[in-house]
Design a protein around this ligand. Sequence first.
Ligand code: ADP
Ligand code: MG
Length: 730
Amino acid sequence: MSLRTDAVNHVSHGHVNSPDIKGAKITGVFGESVFTLKTAREYLSEEAYKSLSASVKGGKKIDRQVAGQIASGMRAWAESKGVTHYTHWFQPLTGSTAEKHDSFFTLKGDGTAIEEFEGAALIQQEPDASSFPNGGLRATFEARGYSAWDPSSPPFIIEIGNGKTLCIPTIFIAYTGESLDYKAPLMKAVESLNKAAVTVCNYFDKNVTKVTPTLGWEQEYFVIDEALVNARPDLVQCGRTVFGFTPAKGQQLEDHYFGSIPERVYAFMRDFENESYKLGIPLRTRHNEVAPAQFECAPIFEEVNIAVDHNILLMDVMTRVAKRHHLVVLLHEKPFAGINGSGKHNNWSLATDTGVNLLAPGKTPKTNLMFLTFFVNTIKAVHDYADILRASIASASNDFRLGANEAPPAIISVFVGEYLTKVLNDVESRVGTKFDEQDEAILKIDLHRSIPELLIDNTDRNRTSPFAFTGNKFEFRAVGSTANCALPMTVLNTIVADTLNKFAAEVDALIEKGDKKEIAIMQVIQKYIVSSKKILFEGDGYSEAWHKEAEKRGLPNLKTTPVALDAMVTEKAKKVFLDNRIYTHSELEARHEIELEKYIKKVQIEARVMGDLATNHIIPAAIKYQNELLKNVSLLREAALPEKLYKGQLTLLKDVSTHIQQVYENVHAMVEERKVANNLTDTRAKAIAYEAKVKAQYFDTIRYHVDKLEQLVDDELWTLPKYRELLFLR
Ligand code: ADP
Ligand code: MG
């Protein structure tokens, strides 16, 4: 029996593994595995609690002596929950998370066994980091890396089986201060944005002292039976199918979307949601997505720093919990050709410490003007730095969405809806006519009334936009489903901070010249609308017409990662990141190098897997069938039957033989191109060679012939689970 038939049989006997979830209420378990400030109050002295709380809320430094007290309190809490080990938890540039577990258990000098957790161990550790990517940073500076406690993200307990580990969120930096992870730059960007946004807010409201970017992500994923996945080496090694003919019943019927969730998947969802609640991840929605076997979950939005940690943690939890249900979660952007891919929409807004959402249209002329200010500044930021934003979401796997014929496209544009387009046009149409104090028409635009309209406007059209305004937030839709949101959020927060700083400088200059504040603000808003107009697009981002129009407007359409990444190291990029103290030039260059290397490795692995599958699965199965046909034809010939009675077999034989030969030749040629690419020493040149010479030239061609064979070869001989099995068997 082949692995495929074995797997298919296994699925039909698969049963639902309903999680044993005690109590119906989410509030009963929410945050129970998190060392929240509330928990801290129970376990810490007054002094230690105050110090921790000041650090969480206001970014104040915690001194070493108090850190010792906090560490003891954390250990007491963790031990009360059965925890034996702790780890610094961080987000290296590999894209996953890293941990190194140490036990609380230790031996004193005299050999006595005790459990302890010292302040020093809480604050800083030196993981053996030599194998984390550093893009040459550590080599250049001969520095080691260390992880440093980030008190703004609360510690939590991870349960694997019966083992429990206390995880301390940390940033990961080189001794020279360069960041080696995704979190440190994000925190810097959050701080830059805070400063810039508070300055601008204070034009309208002096009470605002803090502005925090908020993030609500929507995670799309596929769920496939574990046995079927194990029978597909491409899914196991690449997270996507490199071959597979799209079945008759694909997603044309769209009957999966908002349909009922299959029971087995539903049990899995409840299970991972429950684990997530314990970790304080505020999941709110779950539903089917457009493609068969595709689903989505989304939380209530949070401060961006926490939301990023929660998303990374959730991906981990989902992957682990799926095993209990004999399922596999595919987070890849394009696991299956011919049906929708997966994204991770990043809903983003700005919240003040006075409780105002700066991207929610206001009720009064004054709050309207504040809304318009932040709204237009965001558009201007995306316009000015669209290339960097595009680079921030570039990856080998996301190329299958952005670079292919899918929505959203690789062209960055902004959708704002009909009403706000009109508002922007109104403001723009007054170019040349100076606003004066009597001219209150603009200030009085009733934006609030437009909200229902905005929601109505939330149609399919804006779903094709990579960056859409959706009533009270922007939605960055081009982010890939595997991505760490930290990178796009670092870029978005940085470019908006930069734009707001420039905005404030221009407004101040006008005020100095004698303009009234509101009038000065209106002048600059108007100028920004004019200069960033070409980024606005309300049509179908998926259409060929838009690709032509975008080209005319001069908007870049970079479909592949190796060239999209160039934007990270331009003079413009270096300046904006340095000005806002996010990345130094060497940090940027290191990151550029790391992303290119990741790209090369991914394509390299896929090319190898393709070659292996073609050689070990496809061609052998096709040859068996070819032999059967041959035998059949020669027997028919022996029986002296007229050839017209087996023309079909002859055609089949010819087709099968042609495709076998094509697969063979192309795999061979692809291997040769890989060798050529491997000999290139420049990383960018190598990445481009892998893209243009290996991937673009051979992947689709090989797949075409393999998928043809899948349609021709006897089903019994085919060893790889087919799409109809992967996608429709539950
Ligand atoms: P949909 O986009 O499906 O219509 P919602 O508009 O309710 O759904 O929200 C989608 C996501 O946007 C959710 O994850 C939600 O938490 C997030 N979101 C809502 N408001 C904000 C905000 N002010 N800042 C950041 N994210 C937000
Ligand atoms: Mg959405």
